[in-house]
Ligand binder design. Structure first.
Ligand SMILES: *Cc1c(COP(=O)(O)O)cnc(C)c1O
Length: 220
């Protein structure tokens, strides 16, 4: 997309977002120039699906922005991810949390993380099943170098975004339950759900973090 259209689409998105909703610019397949243009127009968080893609872009993007991992994390990428990301939105197993915890301990940092929930119960999707989330969270919350700050979900992909609503509702109900559960060392501040076609519905259902690619940068 040209820098002119990115300028326009960033402005349009910011105009439609309530003040308390955080925008994560999903940047997979985008160039350094496109990402920098979005940053120039006010984007402050870049979401990456792949550790390697983030690593390649890292030296060329302003270091005042935050980097979120929004794609699935493999154990062999946990060290690099621990170095470059400011938040990992896709923790869905104890094993991967433990790996991040270990590398962050070596680096003397604490990684903010979200727990990814497979709200659509899709067998081919990542994320923890809703009914298993609390016990996973209780276990991970004991790790000193990862800090749980909320939930993330994708939900099934639909042509009609209205069909996503029940999955967002379900994830919000879980989020509220976990908030009430008062788990020591875990905070439920962020609920990351909604993409280009569904973010408005996600916000209606309680999302305060949205991950948007196509609406900012154009078709992939
Ligand atoms: C690509 C992607 C998005 C953004 O999708 P768009 O439809 O382009 O807005 C959001 N979240 C994740 C995890 C993604 O991979």
């Amino acid at each position: 997309m040209s820098s002119h259209s990115i300028k326009k689409s960033v402005r349009e998105i910011f105009q439609t977002l309530p003040k308390d909703v955080i925008l994560v610019a999903a940047s997979k397949t985008r160039s350094v120039e496109e990402v920098n243009e979005a940053i120039h127009r006010g984007v402050t968080i870049i979401g990456h699906n792949y550790v390697q893609e983030a690593e390649q872009m890292y030296p060329f993007v302003k270091d005042s922005v935050k980097w979120h991992l929004i794609g699935h994390l493999q154990r062999n990428k946990a060290k690099k991810a621990s170095q470059i990301f400011d938040m990992i939105e896709t923790i869905d197993s104890y094993k991967i949390a433990l790996a991040v915890n270990q590398y962050c301990e070596e680096m003397n940092k604490v990684m903010p993380v979200l727990i990814e929930v497979n709200s659509g119960r899709e067998s081919n999707k990542t994320g923890i099943l809703p009914e298993n989330a609390e016990s996973l969270i209780r276990k991970i919350s004991l790790l000193k170098h990862v800090h749980i700050q909320g939930l993330m979900t994708m939900g099934p992909r639909f042509g009609n975004p209205e069909d996503s609503r029940p999955y967002f509702k379900k994830t919000k109900a879980l989020f509220d339950h976990l908030q009430q559960a008062d788990i020591p060392q875990a905070d439920f501040k962020y609920l990351s759900m909604g993409m280009s076609n569904s973010y408005k519905i996600a916000i209606e259902e309680g999302a305060n973090m949205v991950r948007i690619g196509t609406r900012l940068f154009g078709k992939r």
